[in-house]
Design a protein around this ligand. Sequence first.
Ligand SMILES: [Zn+2]
Ligand SMILES: [Zn+2]
Length: 450
Amino acid sequence: MTRVRAADAALCPACSSPVADDPRFTTWCPSCEWNLDPSPAPGPAASDREQRRADRRRRRDEAARRTVRTRVERVYAAVAADRSAVRDPAWLGANALAGAVHLTTLCLAACALGLLVAAPTWPLRVLGLFVAALVHSLRPRLGRLPRNTVRLYRGDAPELFALTDRVAEALGGRPVDVVLVTAEFNAGFGRIGLRRRNVLRLGLPLWAVLAPGRRLALLGHELGHQVNGDSRRGLWLRSALAALDEWEELTRPALYRQSFGTFVELAASAALQLLLRPVNLAARALLGLLERLTLRTGQAAEYRADRLAADLAGTEAGLGLLRTLMLRATVDTTLLRMRAERGRRARRTGTGTGTHTGAAAVPATGPWEELAAQLTDVPALERERRLRLSAREFGTVDRSHPPTHLRLAMLEALPPTAARLQADVADWAAIDAELAPAARQVAADLELGH
Ligand SMILES: [Zn+2]
Ligand SMILES: [Zn+2]
């Protein structure tokens, strides 16, 4: 672990070690971890009974978190020792389970059709309609491009696509068809629609704060999802999960609970709940099982994507990307602060006589350059705090990816490699220019315009 130096000495109230005191960030103690997580503890409960209930819930959550931690650590150990198969028995089980879910939907569809076409009485035909509606909500979905997101096609950003083509080729994957520019501190890759177009999601708040090598690592990780054996993203498993989710939602007891009405209505509602409860419990159990069965292959696939990224952009860039990913909360607060500042500035210049004489206060750089500059300024102690928080909190957040501190440890354990692919300054400048209109649009959506 990196040693951190306390710049402006203040003393820890718990162990009297020096702590750094930067007003922009949380003051905490690297020796005893005092104030590592400054979010307030839950207040005292109103009654003893509520207190007991809260304690029980806390114990249950803690136990669930411990189970997830154990499993996640086991996957880490297996991948680190090179013992993780792309197809293991759990993977087979998950696919068989998904098959059973699809078969159920298919049977229901046949049942609906039979009732609608050949039912002798109208109540049965109504039942047929009801089943058809159920099948409609359970059907596998191919996904659709979101409406209110900036889309870039090959012609809009030739240099960006040339780079993603090079990355795809180096990894042995297929080229990107559409780039979606979003306002998230995230990126992603997936196949959408009947034509299974390859869609890359690029979140500008993340892209903007990454140095060129790290951007390449990000592209490597995302496009690496095509070749890392991540079955969870395939249509078979994904649509089974979606169907189970739908079953769970449709049979949730709270949906049909009635607190007043005639005796008959209340009795009908109670009977319906009694009928639906087992279906709901079964859907929940199957969802949990499917998640458990795919955790191993899914997380192993993420480590593999990280390795592909490091192999492509160099280990240093791969590690840098992961370290940046840990700064999500810092990016969120910085964006909030920037938005507030811009709001204040707009009010100050807007309340005049309508002339633009107050515009001198506007900074020369755009919002994304400002965000990037703020992020390079994050002190080592704050980065260290985020790393330790990731280690402390894991088991509760984002099950799709392994916790960042483990992803870092995995890469750090590998022999370092140099970048296999590079883009020069002119390429990056051209890509920035191509992304500029999208960047302005996303900045406006986040109210970060000047
Ligand atoms: Zn301390
Ligand atoms: Zn990933």
